[in-house]
Design a protein around this ligand. Sequence first.
Ligand code: PBG
Length: 330
Amino acid sequence: MHAAYPALRLRRTRAAAWSRRLHAETVLTPADLIWPLFVTEGERVEEPIATLPHVSRWSVDLLVARAREAAALGIPCLALFPNTPRERRSDDGAEALNPDNLMCRAVRAIKDAVPDVGILTDVALDPYTAHGHDGLVDARGYVMNDATVEVLVGQALNQARAGADVIAPSDMMDGRVGIIRDALEAEGYQNVQIMAYAAKYASAFYGPFRDAVGSRGLLKGDKTTYQMDPANAEEALREVALDLAEGADSVMVKPGLPYLDIVRRVKEAFDVPVFAYQVSGEYAMIEAAVAAGAADRDAMVLETLLAFKRAGCSGVLTYHAVHAARLLGA
Ligand code: PBG
């Protein structure tokens, strides 16, 4: 008689909500979220971004209110990106070194008003260059490695002096993590962290972000000579190994969902804190599906974020951070 029935019924533990909760292997909380925010010049300015529905650029005064909102929801960290005015962009990206640039003013204002929220700042020159590349280009348009790293070190120090808690190099130049780490130590910023965008792919998913920081129309060519080929996974492990050896405290994989295999392999190979960036194109895809009536936003947001945790992430950068934190807090 018994043989007619399954020996083990995995549906048994799924039958009631309390039991499903008890058996959940992965949890998502607001503490897993990093909220990327775009900053713009002016006062009381909110500029919606057409390709990122419900995401705006904020002037520094309004940005501080967003930081308060995030802190109240239990979001531990904000990632800031400036939309540098066109006239302050140049071929050498010198505005990145200006101690009074938009980014530094935003960091200082938030650290003043909401000291308990972490601030992550992106190190790369693309919001500051007239050609839209992350570094300095030579006469043929090639992004020069070592010359760029020299500027990036200055940019990182500029951000640390303004009060940044986490320096996040997203430029993909070779050797930059070690040189930035040394410079931070030499200036007494022992506790300023480095989260390396270690495995960052040359991806079609960054389009709306480039609109948000105003670099899309400026970008000449593509970023394939510095960002990684989507065909490669072994190379991602080499990138991560180097960044860790150079002193990165944590590493990031970017984009997110299409690269969960990389997240898992990095986590298994190194067992260090791994973060993923659910990038602008991923956000836009979810919002487009919602707008088309093809998806339930709340469910899709929570499921995708949980998937990052299950794959091994310590946390996720997501434009849905506030929405998710509200859902999780409810
Ligand atoms: C800048 C940078 C980019 C993103 C984060 N930092 C764009 C790029 O490399 O072109 C993309 C984030 C997103 O798409 O949400 N180096």
